[in-house]
Design a protein around this ligand. Sequence first.
Ligand SMILES: [Zn+2]
Ligand SMILES: [Zn+2]
Length: 397
Amino acid sequence: MPETNRAIVFDSPTKLTLESLDFPKLQMPNGTKAPHGVIVRIVATNICGSDLHIYRGSFPVPQGMVMGHEMTGQVVEVGSDVQFIQPGDLVSVPFNVACGRCRNCKNGRTDVCQTVNPQVHCGAYGFNLGDFQGGQAEYLFVPYADFNLLKFPDNDAAMEKIRDLALLSDVLPTAFHGLMEAGVKVGSTVYIAGAGPVGRAAAAAARLIGDAAIIVGDYDKERLDLVKRNGCETIDLSQDIPLADQIEAILGVPEVDCAVDYVGSEAHGIGHEAHELQPQAAINQVLAATRAGGATGVIGIYGPDPLADTKEGQEGTFPLDFGKVWIKSPRVSAGQAPIMSYNRDLMMSILWDRMPYLSDMMNTKVISLDDAVGAYETFDQGSANKYIIDPHGLISA
Ligand SMILES: [Zn+2]
Ligand SMILES: [Zn+2]
């Protein structure tokens, strides 16, 4: 085993560095031994929109934390209590860290595990949620490996589709979860707020489900083109036309069955207000766009934001148009996705070629660990790529 682990480390807002750290140990963040854990050699580790919250300083993390929560890799070391995962297995690592033993984990709610980060009942790699180090690195420690890891059935077949399978650690199941929470089914009309990577993955998942009209709203023409050329309708939010009118122009009615916010509190206004940061804009848009009796999912991140320009935003309270929509009996669901609830099924769909359009919609770009810091800057400026870091050159090969 090597002695070092090259990794992308958070220094301060907008300052990340590539550093050589110690090889990870089978050890929990509090220092206790973790014989239930494994060490994974990273094959693919993606940059996510949520990483940008950390990068910009909206989501404070300690200096020195390793970034990254979307990992796929090969197991190289297993603890003595690991029974079903073996060295050589190619695995997807759900971004939720979950114990598999608590009340919520037993109910499939791995997004709110009660033990791995008792402070807020939610654990994740590279996120200051339980002090688990991230995986934008050569190697990663994964606790409770038998429970957490999704093993691919065949390594060679998986490597052939690794760009798509790399999306199973977060972006694709998270996108799918938003649709499920919004009650999406065959023939639904759906509005997807945001054409970033998660919004585009949602558009791809909506196609897989068999939705009728899949309408994606964003400001960036390049991002919208990726979904438009793959069978979706698009709304350019930089145009000074109310969202309801734009939906009506497509559907003949101003509302959809289901709408999902894939933006969160870094949202902007519509048209002449497009340059204004309006933290509550996306959630209010999806609430307004959903028909009476429909449902709304909220996947975009909301939380206290030290960079917000209002006291409410800094405290994490948001003015909702609740009185306007109450009469429609809204059903609203919010929070992180329990990745494990969806990743196996979506893996099978990928392995059996049910989403041949996925790579094109995601616009994945494979880069080296040396290019990762630069890719953060490009992504922060609104790049239409989904970056997959390939720390060992295994995908490129
Ligand atoms: Zn992510
Ligand atoms: Zn748990």
